[in-house]
Unconditional design. Sequence first.
Length: 314
Amino acid sequence: MGLPQNPNIFANNPLDRASYRRTDKAWIAEQMAAPASLFVPFFRLQPFVLPEEKPSQGKDIGWLRMGLLNELAGPDPLTVFLGINRRGKALFAADVSGLKDPENHPALKGLGAFEELRGLAMAGEIPPAELASMAQAKSMIDWHNRHGFCSVCGMRSEMADAGYKRTCPSCKAEHFPRTDPVVIMLATHGDTCFLGRQKIWPKGMHSALAGFIEPGESIEEAVARELHEEAGITVSSVTYHSTQPWPYPSSLMIGCHAQAETDAFKIDGVELSGGRWFTREEVAAQLAGKGDGSFWLPPPFAIAHQLVKAFIEK
Ligand SMILES: [Zn+2]
């Protein structure tokens, strides 16, 4: 669709989401019955993955023929329409968490395994385009699992629009899948950037600061507030870098650079247990694998890594 390439894992979903098709029940039913359509089973929010066929070729998402779904999960598993791929095939994700031992089910036995998405992303074992559509699928299934009841009147709600809506049969309220915006920002001051750490993080790990955007708050306000609350940093300007869909369970990480007024800071001791200004040379050496070992940064699949990288390259 001619969008600029986003540097973040879980972004750049190649599917045509074909949202206008979701309300067309006949079309969706036709696609679910079509031999060419494919689905990926999810078990406890983990996609089905095929092992590498040859060494270093990488793994692949376990797309299966739609006909197998009934055999695998019975007549009515939670099934969400993901979109149409470049070959014109309709793709779905189905939640088979009701199964006791799906990897040993006759329909799947010996074919592959259910694997955690984050591990696959970190290991770089799955093509990035597939990771993006798996993030979409995981967040959608998770949303249905968490929103089985109407938040207005408490009645059990029903899935509609091929998964993109839940409706309440009692009070008629409509509920839509949510995305929670999170700001993640690298404060900079001259040739330095600010990295903090939380007590629970692995030893030495430092990263950009982050926090949920609150109701009634702009991106810029959330960036300034979080930096001030957690690190006592006062911000003079905020610039947008990129976003990363983050399917835990369904956030959108909004990556920003924030210019600090001064290099004064004060760690709050609650959200952050440490942090300081790092020079461009220090972080560049660390990213190049030539650091002194006193700290380390999140790997490339994290948007924080991309924010630091952009700061170095500026
Ligand atoms: Zn209701």
